[in-house]
Ligand binder design. Structure first.
Ligand code: UT7
Length: 328
């Protein structure tokens, strides 16, 4: 039986950079606080580009690096919490149109910052069951469009960007295992309360800023550290892989302190760990594919390398993945 393999990666960030000192002029914050508490120094902000525009740029790179033509893609799945449109059409359909691909399966999923791990599980299942051959998975976000730029507790955290990968049927370098999970009990700790069926679009809803991201940061932090640590230990034990065997640990890039905590628990070295949060901030579903792309473009990720991924986000959702890189 053929296995699902990540045969390429691509990413894109909009040109404009917002620094911590820029934010000092917008809200009551400072570079020292942001850097110490989060590790973030800069983030990219999209002005005239939409979420699908960002995803399209990343997708073009991923398809080219896979050595495929656009028409070889038979499924597009996009993870995003900042879609072009709230309900329809899906951002995947918009990207499909930009790529000039018609008559294929295209849909979005909503799993917040864990979106890319959920995409890997879906793509693995669809490939290994023989339903699809070449799946384009995309994490793309224009979080600047759902951030309250007057709320210092959230606006310093997020950035815009996109990452995409092609998952295809191969004999080796496969996605070894994916674990995904959720707990809706924590829904209110990280949420965009407005614009849905509970708080439809009204002037009153907008006056209360319910359309923006609301987060109880320190409560999310505690659950994230404990949950991620357990999740990565579990997936390594289940697959009888020791942390030393991991070539690259590529975690969701929300907070350097969360990344370092998991890294220390696993006794991973700096060489094993990919960190991009300092330059991109938290780009939710895009953060892992953007970080994989950084590792690829800097020459740290090579064909056959074993990656450990982990992510945690709104829902709550979380997950981890073990995969060998199948790209060249
Ligand atoms: O990606 C999805 C999952 N998300 C996460 O994993 C994010 C998890 N949470 C975090 O990364 C951290 O909780 C934050 C970076 C959001 C916040 O860091 P913290 O160490 O948990 O700070 P805190 O919320 O406990 O706030 C500490 C203090 C407060 O002041 P008081 O009450 O101690 O006087 C805040 O008002 O820092 C204050 N504060 C700020 N000060 C300067 C909050 N935001 C800022 C700010 N600048 N931007």
């Amino acid at each position: 039986m053929k296995k699902a393999s990540m045969i390429s990666i691509g990413a894109y960030v909009p040109k404009e950079i917002l620094t911590n000192s820029d934010l000092e002029k917008m809200v009551d914050t400072n570079d020292e606080w942001i850097a110490q508490r989060t590790g973030i120094k800069t983030r990219h902000i999209a002005k005239n580009e939409s979420t699908s525009d960002l995803g399209y740029q990343a997708s073009k790179i991923a398809i080219k690096r896979a050595g495929l033509k656009n028409e070889d893609i038979d499924c597009i799945i996009c993870a995003t919490i900042s879609p072009d449109h709230l309900c329809m059409p899906s951002t995947a359909c918009k990207i499909s149109n930009l790529l000039g691909i018609k008559n294929i399966t295209a849909f979005d999923i909503s799993a917040a910052c864990t979106g890319f791990i959920y995409l890997l599980e879906l793509a693995k299942s669809l490939i290994e069951s023989g339903v699809k051959k070449n799946i384009l998975i995309i994490g793309t976000e224009k979080l600047s469009s759902i951030v309250n730029w007057k709320d210092r507790t959230t606006c310093i955290l997020f950035g815009d960007g996109a990452g995409a990968a092609v998952i295809s049927a191969r004999d080796d370098n496969s996605i070894l295992d994916v674990h995904t999970a959720s707990d809706g009990e924590y829904a209110d700790l990280l949420t965009t309360p407005g614009c849905g069926s509970i708080h439809p679009a009204t002037h009153e809803m907008v006056d209360q800023n319910l359309q923006f991201i609301h987060m109880k940061g320190n409560e999310v932090f505690k659950v994230a550290v404990n949950t991620l640590t357990k999740d990565v230990i579990d997936i390594l034990e289940k697959n009888e892989i020791s942390p030393k065997e991991i070539d690259l640990f590529i975690p969701h890039q929300a907070n350097l302190r969360i990344i370092n905590s998991v890294k220390q628990k696993l006794k991973l070295t700096d060489e094993q760990c990919i960190v991009t949060v300092q330059k991109y901030g938290n780009t939710s579903s895009a953060s892992i594919p953007m970080a994989i792309n950084d590792a690829y473009e800097s020459g740290r990720l090579k064909k056959g390398d074993l990656m450990l991924l982990d992510a945690f986000g709104g829902g709550f959702t979380w997950g981890s993945a073990l995969l060998k890189f199948g790209g060249i």
